[in-house]
Design a protein around this ligand. Structure first.
Ligand SMILES: Cc1cc2nc3c(=O)[nH]c(=O)nc-3n(C[C@H](O)[C@H](O)[C@H](O)COP(=O)(O)OP(=O)(O)OC[C@H]3O[C@@H](n4cnc5c(N)ncnc54)[C@H](O)[C@@H]3O)c2cc1C
Length: 350
């Protein structure tokens, strides 16, 4: 079997690279073992225009969201699925300093599309013990059904015989000047999109990743009637009529992808402290994010092997970063358009 590209890993990174190659009429095969405990499979898919304690506008938000909405809407049209929803994100303003920071941003023109005058708890007053919060509402955010996007394209590519369900075994991979051979597959080039597993890739002698483990609870709360997201330490993300995605914790112990008692206790304790209605914890999930030392994605070509590429480092923001940057990455490998220096893997080659 002969293809233009082999894509290794189909999280949201590999999925978006595949879509961009499809758009440019290039052939490819995806190799992925289809595990459930990957970052993309358990992510909430929040796209947040204003983040952090000091309410900082997300890096390149306007460009990222323009590309993201276009691509996710195209997927909706093709699949009939609903994968993108605009959401309000309610932030708690716990002290005077935070309230002052919020008020300062609220009057700035560049924050106008993202910060609302709205101070409503939007139904959270009915489920929280204490509804006496001062809050601010971030608008212009989105929730992306990342797993649904990946699984839809996975099935499609499987049906088109463009998918191999296994973990790439590097001992069966040969990189030659005229291409790449893996088992009976021959391709011009290979693209690695392995998420945090890039740290085990024997071909690249760079270590840009500082992976972090994220853990969450799936919580059953009957008839909650919530649609907005709410953040107080962790996010409340309504995912169905009776379920809330609650998280995520952040940990630096990344030897395995297993959920930990420590994170479970922290999440459960915060929930017990805050929720004023009966709840039942249905699931506890964990996965490792491909976070980068300088908090920017990395992509490009191997230092000495021109047919070996990488697209990775989406960190905590795969839902918004992947659509835009996969486009720039494919412009680079197909047309040689230079990559922005902030995302070029060569920044780690020094
Ligand atoms: C709890 C949690 C909550 C999150 N919430 C959000 C959020 O709300 N919004 C947001 O934007 N981001 C969120 N993120 C971050 C987001 O999940 C990541 O940015 C994104 O999923 C990374 O995608 P990826 O494709 O690079 O990596 P991954 O999702 O890890 O995918 C990598 C894929 O490569 C495969 N692979 C690895 N090695 C091999 C191999 N040798 N052969 C074949 N395949 C291989 C893996 O099996 C996997 O399928 C969250 C992450 C976590 C853990």
């Amino acid at each position: 079997m002969t293809y233009d590209y082999i894509i290794v890993g189909q999280g949201i990174a590999g999925t978006m690279v595949g879509l961009q190659l499809e758009e440019r009429k290039k052939s490819f095969i995806v190799i992925d073992p289809c595990l459930s405990s990957t970052s993309s499979q358990i992510a909430a898919g929040i796209v947040n225009p204003v983040t952090g304690r000091r309410f900082v506008k997300s890096w390149m938000y306007e460009d990222l969201i323009r590309h993201a909405t276009e691509i996710y809407r195209q997927i909706e049209d093709a699949s009939g699925l609903s994968v993108l929803r605009e959401v309000d994100i309610i932030r708690t303003l716990m002290d005077h300093r935070t309230q002052n920071d919020w008020d300062r941003k609220r009057v700035r023109a560049d924050f106008e599309p993202f910060i609302s005058d709205d101070k409503h708890l939007k139904g959270y007053d009915k489920v929280l013990k204490d509804s006496d919060y001062t809050v601010g509402v971030v608008k212009g955010g989105y929730k992306v059904e990342i797993a649904a996007v990946i699984n839809y394209l996975r099935e499609k590519w499987m049906g088109e015989r463009r998918f191999l369900k296994e973990a790439l075994d590097f001992s069966n991979l040969t990189i030659c000047e005229d291409g790449v051979q893996y088992q009976d597959i021959h391709a011009q080039s290979i693209i690695f999109c392995e998420g945090y597993r890039f740290r085990d890739n024997p071909l690249f002698q760079v270590a840009p990743l500082q992976p972090s483990k994220g853990e969450l609870l799936i919580v059953r709360v009957h008839d909650h009637n919530l649609t907005s997201l709410f953040k107080r330490k962790y996010f409340y993300v309504p995912v169905s009529e009776h379920r809330i995605w609650y998280g995520a914790s952040n940990g630096w112990e990344v030897e395995d992808e297993l959920p930990t008692t420590l994170a479970f206790d922290k999440l459960k304790s915060a929930l017990t402290h805050q929720l004023g209605v009966p709840f039942y914890i249905e699931d506890h999930q964990a996965a490792i994010r491909p976070t980068v030392i300088d908090r920017r994605p990395f992509m490009g070509t191997h230092r000495t092997k021109p047919n070996v590429h990488v697209f990775n480092g989406l960190g905590t923001k795969g839902a918004s970063l992947a659509p835009y940057w996969s486009g720039r990455f494919v412009d680079f490998i197909l047309d040689g358009k230079p990559l922005h220096e902030d995302v070029d893997i060569r920044r780690f080659y020094k």
